[in-house]
Design a protein around this ligand. Structure first.
Ligand code: NAD
Length: 494
């Protein structure tokens, strides 16, 4: 492919990195070159933050319904290019095309949903304890937001941040993953086409330690919203706490599907395959533990293994492909490492367990869909996030035990539970300590108008999406309007 140069988007202009340094984007399924992007350094970050600071005052004073109209137009622009954007996403990070279309659709949905907030952004009006006094609380923007995002949902996750941040009146510097720069380009292009004023959203490319660190540390960045690995997120949280910045972290998961003895096994099986191996197991919501009642564990294991062996690996653009590559060599090595860890701990590899290298697969980062059996809850493969096409089957003998095993990991993102007994389902719902619970469905399928996020090590207590996202991207301003014309003191002071 001929050289294709992309640029940062700063202050409404597409510009190269000041240093002239670049990095290349490649297809993880084939190694094919896709484009060249700026490798931003602190100078570029300075320029982007500067533009955001400059644009902030006028953007926060733009009426929210007008800000919303721009987001709605950006959603339309993306919708017009949905297939093109999805194809470029599949090429740059590997997920199969139908899932890439879903990712773009989620971005469209989030922009539309955020646009709706432009005519709400509700605060509250409440009685005052004093006469002739109006008391109300309104939402105001935080300021300049740094949005740092991963590669696994390269369109949807940025919109989870940009949608609510922008409609609430913040300006943004967006640093996407270096593994999915083209998806970020399409999002920025849609916002530009929609008429977003210069400087309101600035896009800077580059690796985390080069472009991300100076962005987080920049004194005029008011808030950091990060989605990615726990190791990086915790470091960012510590840094932000030290610098006195507001921060929002969405990190890893170790999600489980629970199958009780009375479950609809056919239904559960189709959800296991979708939840464990969709996006090659690289969803933060991927089911990496299958917790099964002993009465049905043989049937479930046999049938899951049989279905997994039938999955076809290949390029995500090929219609017959079920599972694409993992995103890069590092991710491939990580899955390989965990297979060894699992075997050393005493687990059995029931299928997969190796890199896939037949024919054209040898050119990409393909790993055979893998299932571990004989897994105990405290094994590392049952506790740590692998983030690849690998899942572990664990045996339990009661719903209470299933809930205890589910809850006993450092993460708390999603659980799916399968049972035909409504009492058991609702009792489990009460005790499952994850941020998202599905009953008779797998672990993936979140909708943009509900809060998204997890407990324990998955996050720091905030949520993306839904109304909950507004808590992240707004401050509260309490207003007391005294129309008594007299000196009035609160708290019964005479
Ligand atoms: P990552 O932590 O390696 O990178 C995430 C982003 O942070 C990237 O843009 C990266 O360039 C940047 N970054 C890396 N080091 C940085 C640093 N020192 N300073 C500033 N920025 C830095 O994660 P990843 O591999 O891109 O994504 C996979 C991870 O994301 C998984 O752990 C997954 O569970 C998690 N994830 C979580 C959610 C959620 O909502 N909880 C959603 C999707 C993905």
């Amino acid at each position: 492919m001929a050289k294709k140069d992309y640029h940062n988007y700063i202050d409404g202009r597409w510009v190269p990195a000041r240093s002239g340094k670049t990095f290349e984007n490649t297809d993880p399924a084939s190694g094919e070159y896709l484009g060249t992007y700026p490798r931003s350094s602190p100078e570029d970050i300075e320029q982007a933050v500067d533009a955001s600071v400059k644009a902030y005052d006028s953007w926060r004073k733009t009426p929210a319904p007008h800000r919303a109209n721009i987001l709605a137009r950006a959603a339309e622009a993306l919708d017009r290019k949905k297939d093109e954007v999805a194809r470029s996403m599949t090429r740059e990070m590997g997920k199969v095309l139908k899932e890439a279309r879903g990712d773009v659709q989620e971005g469209i949905d989030m922009l539309q949903y955020s646009a709706g907030e432009g005519r709400r952004l509700f605060g509250h009006v409440t009685p005052s304890e004093l006469p002739r006094k109006l008391a109300l609380a309104q939402r105001v923007p935080v300021g300049v937001v740094a949005a740092i995002t991963p590669w696994n949902f390269p369109l949807a996750i940025p919109t989870w941040k940009l949608g609510p941040a922008l409609v609430a009146g913040n300006t943004v510097v967006f640093k996407p993953s270096q593994y999915t720069p083209e998806s970020a380009y399409h999002l920025a292009k849609a916002l530009e086409e929609a008429g977003l004023p210069p400087g309101v959203m600035n896009l800077v490319y580059g690796p985390g330690n080069e472009a991300g660190t100076p962005l987080i540390e920049h004194p005029r960045v008011d808030m950091v919203s990060f989605t990615g690995s726990s190791a990086v997120g915790q470091g960012i949280g510590q840094r932000c706490a030290h610098l006195g910045k507001r921060y929002h972290l969405e990190m890893g998961g170790k999600n489980a599907i629970i199958i009780l003895e009375d479950a609809d096994i056919d239904l559960a099986l189709s959800y296991i395959i979708w939840s464990a191996f969709g996006t090659s197991g690289q969803r933060c919501t991927a089911a990496s533990r299958i917790i099964v009642h002993k009465a049905v564990i043989w049937e479930v294991t046999e049938r899951v293994v049989e279905a997994t062996r039938k999955l076809r690996l290949g390029h995500g653009l090929e219609p017959e492909t079920d599972v694409g590559p993992v995103v890069n060599a590092e991710q491939l090595e990580k899955v390989q490492r965990y297979v060894k860890i699992g075997i050393d701990e005493g687990a059995k590899v029931l299928c997969g367990g190796q890199r896939a290298t037949e024919g054209a697969l040898s050119k990409g980062y393909f790993f055979q869909p893998t299932i571990f059996g004989d897994v105990k809850p405290k094994m590392r493969i049952a506790q740590e996030e692998i983030f690849g096409p690998a899942t572990a089957i664990l045996e339990i003998s009661s719903v209470e035990e299933a809930v205890a095993v589910n809850n006993d990991t450092p993460y708390g993102l999603v659980t799916g539970i399968f049972t035909r007994d409504i009492n058991k389902a609702l009792a489990a719902l009460e005790d499952l300590s994850t941020g998202i619970v599905y009953i008779n469905a797998g672990t993936i399928g979140a909708e943009v108008h509900l809060p998204f996020g997890g407990t324990r090590g998955t996050g720091n207590g905030h949520r993306e999406a839904g109304l909950a996202a507004l808590e992240v991207y707004t401050e509260w301003k309490s207003v007391y309007l005294d129309y008594s014309g007299t000196l009035q003191k609160a708290q019964k002071i005479e």
